[in-house]
Write a protein that binds this ligand. Structure first.
Ligand SMILES: NC(=O)C1=CN([C@@H]2O[C@H](COP(=O)(O)OP(=O)(O)OC[C@H]3O[C@@H](n4cnc5c(N)ncnc54)[C@H](OP(=O)(O)O)[C@@H]3O)[C@@H](O)[C@H]2O)C=CC1
Ligand SMILES: O=CC(=O)O
Length: 291
């Protein structure tokens, strides 16, 4: 199967590499073109623009930072829309809001193409290991065509029905994850300041009913003050913002998420947005990342 792949950030690079390893023919494009080099060394072809990738490939996947990037790659000059049409499919796996997905879907459909939104749950390591959880919605025939690729990228894919449901599901999941990260971080601080060993807290948590892979994976590096980005904080804050907006639309009160968003915003204001989202721990510790 031949696919185009737009966006080779932390996630896109790992996902495109996985497709190549599994025998897919992949044509890549990234705004910063030099990021294509590693994939080319693995056998990928390169397109000069999103439009040229879509012109070449029947199916094109995108993995971009946020709604503005997702819209730009479709609607701007040399964008997806210039070449999408009958018999072609576009699959956006970025985390965006439902309105962004719907806008892209309408435009692609007007050109005769098919569109699926398919945001993912799971970070850098699951992307490398093909263990993502795929939250797809939109054109069911295109979804069915993409199953071989989804099977390589993920451990499970859900088809959630009408356009926007994938985006909403992803935002709900990440709203919970961001709130959990704040509660976890506060707990580590409270243990430390009240004379307990935070490491022992990690051991206790891991044996109980609230044990989870995120605490297990992030806890030790948070205690070391190490925040190499797997999931950049700026993206987690974007997801909290979009989830809170979904809450506004549906009159759902979310005080815990709102407080967590404030902590993520504070971290961004301190210049920590490119580090892993667990760096919010430094804000809650009151050090602002300075030690
Ligand atoms: N990292 C993670 O753990 C996870 C991330 N996600 C979501 O996946 C998406 C990608 O995340 P991630 O790979 O971590 O992000 P990165 O910040 O590592 O990569 C972002 C990508 O978007 C591109 N981009 C940004 N702005 C534009 C623009 N205006 N036009 C064209 N391209 C643009 C970047 O290009 P350039 O290289 O030129 O900057 C890069 O390829 C996000 O929506 C994120 O929320 C979902 C699950 C997990
Ligand atoms: O969006 C981030 C993730 O870990 O999932």
């Amino acid at each position: 199967m031949e696919v185009g792949f737009l966006g080779l950030g932390i996630m896109g690079k790992a996902m495109a590499a996985n497709l190549l390893r599994h025998g897919f023919r992949v044509t890549v494009w990234n705004r910063t073109l030099s990021k294509c080099d590693e994939l080319v060394a693995m056998g990928a072809a390169v397109g000069d623009t999103p439009a040229s990738v879509v012109a070449k490939c029947k199916y094109t996947i995108a993995m971009l930072s946020d709604p503005s990037a997702a819209l730009s790659v479709v609607f701007d000059k040399d964008g997806v829309l210039e070449q999408i049409g009958e018999g072609k499919g576009y699959v956006d796996m970025s985390t965006v809001d439902a309105a962004t997905s719907c806008k892209i879907s309408e435009a692609v459909k007007q050109k005769g193409g098919a569109f699926v939104e398919a945001p993912v749950s799971g970070s850098k390591k699951p992307a490398e290991d093909g263990q993502l959880v795929i939250l797809a919605a939109g054109d069911k025939a295109l979804y069915d065509d993409m199953v071989p690729a989804f099977d390589v990228l993920g451990k499970k894919s859900f088809f959630l029905g009408e356009m926007g449901n994938g985006a909403k599901m992803k935002l709900v999941v990440n709203m919970i994850m961001g709130s959990m990260m704040n509660a976890f971080s506060e707990g580590l601080c409270l243990a430390d300041k009240s004379g307990l060993s935070p490491q022992t807290l990690l051991d206790v948590l891991d044996l109980g009913a609230i044990a989870n892979p995120m605490f297990k994976m992030k806890g030790p590096s948070m205690l070391q003050g190490s925040y190499n980005p797997a999931f950049p904080l700026k993206h987690q804050q974007k997801d909290m913002r979009l989830a809170l907006s979904l809450g506004d639309e549906n009159a759902v009160s979310m005080p815990v998420a709102a407080a967590s968003n404030e902590a993520f915003k504070k971290a961004r204001s301190l210049g920590l947005g490119d580090l892993d989202f667990s760096v919010v721990h430094e804000v809650l510790k009151g050090t602002g990342g300075s030690g």
